[in-house]
Write a protein that binds this ligand. Structure first.
Ligand SMILES: Nc1ncnc2c1ncn2[C@@H]1O[C@H](COP(=O)(O)OP(=O)(O)OP(=O)(O)O)[C@@H](O)[C@H]1O
Ligand SMILES: [Mg+2]
Length: 270
């Protein structure tokens, strides 16, 4: 089945070109901009398997590469069949795409183990041997531009092995189409228009440090449809977790929401 993707023609073309050229790609864009959706769509298009890993500060090289099953090793030693491959080895052997979310959050050891895999398509696994990448193997990694100051940037050496595809928020029409596609409750078109307008307004309000993505618009439209069209209530449920106010004590969300609605031209409907 082909994963439906709205718009993103240029980004899809860029990603496909990089992967066809056997390059590794760093997808950079704010939370919820569609990085995972794009990677999935491209993998489906290329008919290559996708192995997904989510970066965090405690992730280990062993988990990424693979581990020997300790009881089996104790019983009969380091036999190849006791090796449980991790996502990197699985992707290399299958000639698939290793998709690492938030690579910049991964510890240095994990970033280092990737270097030979990216350069030469090989990785040394102690007690198992060398794993070579089958044709088609590539790494697609994501990083979130506003976060990497707090969570550590990628090493220069690692960055040098990537091409960069930047993703920005899509147009209003495209975001409406995404909500129509993704909202499970099949919200009315009018509800979709208002939810998208409201969410887009969060990205430009000076009282908001970090605005919301289309993911918030999907949630608002879906919840409002189940609350008899009550957009304000749905927004108050969906936005607190997804936006960051500059000064929450001075400007509570409910007040900001009134202004956002006016700005978005949906005031009378809130
Ligand atoms: N172009 C698009 N076409 C269809 N759906 C999209 C598109 N862009 C985003 N979406 C949908 O919007 C939501 C958020 O997208 P996605 O999860 O890909 O974002 P992300 O950038 O990976 O987010 P995060 O930074 O949190 O990992 C998903 O439900 C996804 O299906
Ligand atoms: Mg994602």
């Amino acid at each position: 089945m082909r994963t439906p993707i709205v718009g993103r023609a240029a980004e899809t073309e860029a990603l496909l070109a990089c992967l066809a050229a056997e390059r590794h790609v760093l997808l950079e864009g704010p939370v919820g901009v569609g990085k995972t959706a794009l990677a999935r769509a491209v993998c489906a298009e290329l008919d290559r398997p996708l192995f997904r890993v989510d970066g965090d500060g405690r992730y280990t090289e062993g988990k990424l590469v693979g581990l020997f099953d300790p009881p089996a090793v104790l019983a009969s030693g380091y036999r190849p069949e006791h090796f449980i491959p991790g996502a990197l080895v699985l992707a290399m052997q299958a000639g698939g795409i290793l998709f690492i979310n938030e690579l910049n959050r991964m510890p240095e050891g994990v970033q280092n183990v990737l270097l030979p895999a990216l350069d030469e398509g090989r990785v040394q696994v102690p007690n198992y041997g060398e794993v070579r990448a089958a044709h088609g193997f590539a790494l697609v990694a994501t990083q979130n531009p506003t976060e990497f100051v707090a969570t550590g940037a990628l090493s220069e050496a690692l960055l040098d092995r990537f091409e960069l595809v930047k993703l920005d928020y899509q147009s209003e029409d495209e975001e409406r189409a995404i909500v129509a596609l993704d909202a499970r409750s099949g919200p009315a078109a009018e509800l979709i228009v208002r939810a998208v307008a409201l969410v887009r307004a969060t990205r430009t309000d000076p009282r908001i440090r970090r605005g919301a993505s289309v993911r918030a618009a999907i949630a608002i439209a879906d919840i409002a449809a189940r609350l008899g069209g009550d957009l304000a209530r749905a927004a108050l449920l969906a936005l607190p977790t997804r936006i960051e106010l500059v000064d929450p004590a001075a400007t509570p969300l409910a007040g900001v929401l009134d202004d956002l609605a006016k700005k978005a031209g949906v005031a009378g409907l809130l």
